[in-house]
Design a protein around this ligand. Structure first.
Ligand code: ADP
Length: 454
């Protein structure tokens, strides 16, 4: 069931129940009142009869006359019976007094006065004690006017209830539709948004209300989506471009080689060149894959549970890199270190972290034309800090932010090999290890990359 209909039904049921209880209370009160006053009138009749029959000798003529006059004004379908103590009928207004049960007589005797009803007829019974003996006076009548009034009231209540229910339902429907219309409007706008027109924004009306807030939240989401689609598009463009260059070169190389008869030496050179370019392409594809997968790594994964001692990792790195270069190109300094070696441990993926720091050190070697790179490890206030300091070409101030974006390469880096994705991978991996990377640099003097883990 849609919200609008549900709200209308809920509203109608609640108000309907409240109205029903009010109307039932009104009717019950009116009915109680009518019976109460009719009993009072019956009691008055019993009092008149008692005075006429039993107090005649003690009252003045005028009073007796007044009582007799009142006695003539009977109630509708009135019956008055007087019985002596042995339940013999002494007086009755009806030819055939309706027989009363022993139970009723006993009840009158015990309670002195009782009120009861049978069907529409209301009764009042009185145990009257006089100097001539004890008597039972029973008066009954039907409150025809009261019944008519009550029936009319019932009709009014039922009509009011039915009409009110209908009005409540229609007004509820009208107001819920009015309240939900802005949401329906937002939904309509959202349905029209596709990838091709993702720059469109949703309007939440002029009021500064929840709908406006919903539209703003949705617009924020669209903004983020648009940005990520844009980033993805640029990423795919750049990746295709980076892959096309070596592919074009491989195709060119092979076409030239096929254009005429080649000797063994020439063929070997062609194969070597194309093989090198293919290896480069494979490395690039692997890097691209890694870049897209980093976001999926989570600290709950089993391969993210290595206990990595950072000082050992840096020493490994230094030794491995130094093996590949003629000079002892990487120098390792340990600065302030903790007494507890546990404080040098980071939880994560050792291979990934190794490749992230390796990439930064190798960049330092590459962009300084193989000058020495110094790696300093410090640990203070339970924070681990690694500085990778080189004496290379440096980075222009305006490029410092961009170097972490995939495929960005600064102008002064054009003469060096690379695709511009190493740093974005390193940053992603470090972030996954709850670390952050910052850079300070002076063009033509050198660059320091600082990695901090909490
Ligand atoms: P690549 O090294 O393949 O170009 P990276 O993502 O590793 O890609 O680096 C991106 C860019 O950041 C580099 O092209 C370069 O402009 C700049 N950069 C990175 N490291 C250094 C460094 N140590 N010195 C100067 N520039 C650097």
């Amino acid at each position: 069931m849609k919200i609008g209909k549900r709200l209308t039904v809920q509203f109608a049921v609640i108000v309907g129940l409240i109205l029903l209880s009010v109307l039932v209370s009104v009717y019950s009160l009116a009915s109680f009142n009518a019976r109460y006053f009719f009993y009072e009138r019956l009691k008055e009749r019993v009092f008149i009869v008692a005075n006429i029959f039993f107090e005649k000798d003690e009252l003045s003529k005028e009073r007796i006359h007044a009582f007799e006059e009142k006695f003539q004004r009977t109630l509708p379908l009135e019956e008055i019976d007087i019985y002596d103590d042995s339940r013999k009928v002494l007086f009755h207004t009806n030819n055939h007094p309706s027989p009363l049960s022993n139970k009723i007589f006993n009840s009158i005797r015990i309670n002195e006065e009782i009120e009861f009803s049978e069907g529409q007829r209301q009764y009042i019974g009185l145990h009257y004690k006089d100097n001539e003996g004890n008597f039972f006076i029973v008066a009954s009548a039907i409150d025809e006017t009261g019944e008519k009034k009550l029936n009319f009231l019932l009709l009014v209540c039922v009509s009011v209830y039915v009409i009110s229910l209908m009005l409540i339902y229609f007004f509820g429907k009208y107001f819920s539709r009015k309240a939900l219309n802005p949401i329906i409007d937002v939904v309509k706008q959202v349905k029209h948004i596709k990838l091709s027109n993702i720059n469109i924004r949703v309007s939440g009306g002029k009021n500064n209300d929840e709908i406006q807030e919903l539209a703003n939240t949705f617009n924020d989401m669209l903004e983020r989506l648009q940005h990520s689609f844009e980033t993805e598009r640029v990423f795919i463009n750049n990746a295709s471009h980076e892959l096309r260059t070596p592919l074009t070169s491989i195709i060119g190389e092979l076409q030239v080689s096929l254009s005429k008869e080649r000797n063994q030496k020439e063929l070997t050179t062609t194969i070597e060149t194309t093989l090198n370019q293919s290896i480069q392409m494979k490395d690039l594809v692997n890097s691209l894959l890694l870049l897209t997968q980093i976001e999926d790594y989570t600290s709950t994964q089993t391969n993210f549970n290595d206990e990595i001692r950072i000082d050992e990792l840096l020493l490994d790195l230094k030794q491995n890199i130094n093996k590949r270069y003629p000079e002892k190109i990487v120098k390792y300094h340990s600065g302030a270190l903790p007494e507890e070696s546990n404080n040098l441990i980071i939880k994560g993926n050792k291979l990934l972290l190794y490749s992230a720091i390796n990439n930064i050190i190798e960049n330092g070697i590459k962009f300084s034309n193989e000058k020495q790179v110094i790696c300093v490890l410090n640990c203070y206030q339970q924070k681990i800090k690694i500085d990778v300091i080189d004496q290379g070409i440096g980075i222009d101030k305006r490029d410092v932010e961009s170097i972490f974006h995939p495929f960005f390469r600064a102008n002064n880096a054009r003469g060096f090999k690379g695709h511009g994705i190493g740093l974005s991978i390193s940053k992603g991996i470090i972030k996954k290890h709850s670390g952050k990377i910052t850079v300070t640099s002076s063009p033509n003097k050198g660059t320091t990359f600082s990695i901090e883990f909490n």
